[in-house]
Design a protein around this ligand. Structure first.
Ligand SMILES: Cc1cc2nc3c(=O)[nH]c(=O)nc-3n(C[C@H](O)[C@H](O)[C@H](O)COP(=O)(O)OP(=O)(O)OC[C@H]3O[C@@H](n4cnc5c(N)ncnc54)[C@H](O)[C@@H]3O)c2cc1C
Length: 426
């Protein structure tokens, strides 16, 4: 019997360490030095490095990378359990060397980079000496990669990139940009002439690539491989988002339960009102279902591959977005007016929930993928009636049992009686 939902004690000890480290060290840092990991202040930097060394000493650095790609090789299931903790603290992924968009870019480099490319970019990214961004979406089309136009032309020993990208997260502060062209994925240092970062939006940047010249060895993977690299990057990223979303849902749930037990209205604590109980019960079940689905998908990836688990990864993606929307709404509602302010995490969580249904591919596209892939396993029925049409099934059953009935007249008589009785009942 292989089904088992328990965690082995050695790994539970790691999880306990992560939990305590995040609570004791990471969370206070967020309040005193927000965005500390990216701070240019040498004092803050040194403090962060000290904390990160503790993570490294625990063997928990860059845990998203498989062993063959140079990481600790925990696999997705264990990573899921760790991310369930990290996702509660905004800066924890960076503190553990496992924050997007760097993670996906590192995964592409680890999987497709030459040894020279890995030495030049992967190691410094792993060490957080540099940071990266990912330029894929274009102003004229995001969901449909066939609409992308950014293109690299070969000119002697250089590639010349022309195009326009939209919503490159943290592009403004990245050292290198991974630019998806119609003919390949290119690594472009941000300070290369022709990389024109537009003033708006501030955080997810609109970038014009205007005659941007990079050496030939800045092409990552094969020239026709951009979509394959993008899939590799996004497949892993989506499940990591889902793992951290469970943490966000748990945080919202803890807040709603605590508040429900703390407020009184119309003669009772609000937790005793049935409509409040319904929100708590529904949220509880939704989080449990999401968690099982995410962990099962992670387990499938570990036992097959991201490509083979694609249907479930896509389904997890839109399911997590919905659960986060529902649970954060319930929490906000139960917190009442306080929930609508920026004095707790809940308002921002709810406001950001629709983002989860857009980033890394909109819900509709993932739903279409799931339906298309699931339908491949089915065939149309023959004739007028579906397989489960009762009259046809009944007729087939009689035909199948006829030899037994012929051999046993008493059984045949019983069958006739049953037939008459049920015909009468209608
Ligand atoms: C927080 C955040 C961070 C992001 N970071 C990055 C990044 O770092 N790099 C990057 O390149 N991009 C990034 N993106 C962009 C993201 O990849 C795109 O937003 C996404 O692919 C959707 O593209 P779009 O925004 O152009 O929406 P559109 O493609 O214009 O879609 C808009 C709407 O049209 C409908 N729609 C579209 N296609 C279909 C369909 N096939 N069937 C049914 N309905 C459809 C849906 O209702 C959809 O929501 C980020 C986005 C967000 C929100």
């Amino acid at each position: 019997m292989a089904w088992d939902f328990s965690t082995e004690p050695e790994f539970q000890a790691k999880l306990d360490w992560v939990e305590q480290f995040c609570k004791e060290e990471v969370e206070p840092l967020e309040y005193v030095f927000p965005y500390a990991v990216r701070s240019p202040d040498p004092k803050v930097k040194a403090y962060v490095r000290g904390l990160q060394q503790q993570v490294k000493d625990q063997g928990l650095w860059a845990l998203f990378l498989d062993e063959e790609l140079g990481g600790p090789g925990f696999g997705q299931l264990k990573l899921g359990l760790i991310n369930e903790i990290l996702g509660r603290y905004p800066s924890a992924p960076q503190m553990f060397g496992a924050a997007a968009p760097d993670t996906g870019n590192m995964e592409m480099l680890a999987a497709y980079g030459t040894e020279e490319q890995k030495a030049r970019w992967l190691q410094p990214l792993l060490d957080q000496e540099i940071f990266s961004a990912y330029s894929m979406t274009e102003p004229q089309g995001g969901s449909d990669p066939n609409l992308f136009r950014t293109f690299a032309t070969r000119d002697g020993d250089e590639w010349v990139i022309n195009g326009e990208k939209w919503f490159t997260s943290a592009g403004r502060v990245a050292d290198i940009l991974f630019v998806m062209c119609t003919n390949g994925m290119f690594v472009v240092p941000r300070n290369t002439p022709g990389v024109e970062i537009q003033p708006e939006p501030r955080n997810h940047n609109h970038i014009i690539y205007n005659e941007v010249r990079v050496p030939l060895d800045h092409l990552l993977g094969p020239g026709d491989g951009a979509k394959v690299l993008a899939q590799r990057r996004l497949g892993g990223g989506r499940i990591h988002h889902a793992m951290r979303t469970i943490a966000q849902c748990n945080l919202a749930f803890d807040m709603m339960c605590e508040r429900a037990l703390s407020r009184e209205s119309h003669g009772k604590i609000i937790a005793e009102h049935q409509m409040v109980q319904e929100k708590i019960a529904d949220s509880y079940a939704q989080i449990r279902m999401l968690r099982l689905f995410v962990l099962e998908t992670a387990w499938k990836i570990d036992n097959t591959s991201t490509a083979e688990a694609r249907t479930d990864i896509a389904a997890v993606k839109y399911t997590m977005a919905k659960v986060l929307r529902d649970v954060s709404f319930n929490a906000l509602h139960i917190l009442g007016s306080l929930g609508t302010t920026d004095l707790t995490p809940i308002q921002a969580m709810y406001a950001a929930a629709p983002t989860m249904g857009i980033a890394d591919g909109v819900d509709e596209v993932h739903k279409a993928t799931v339906a298309r892939r699931v339908l491949k396993e089915y065939r149309p029925h023959e004739g007028y009636w579906p397989t489960e049409y009762f009259p046809a099934k009944r007729e087939a059953a009689w035909k199948k049992m006829q030899p037994k009935l012929d051999a046993d007249p008493e059984l045949a008589a019983s069958a006739e009686n049953y037939k008459k009785y049920f015909a009468k009942r209608g």
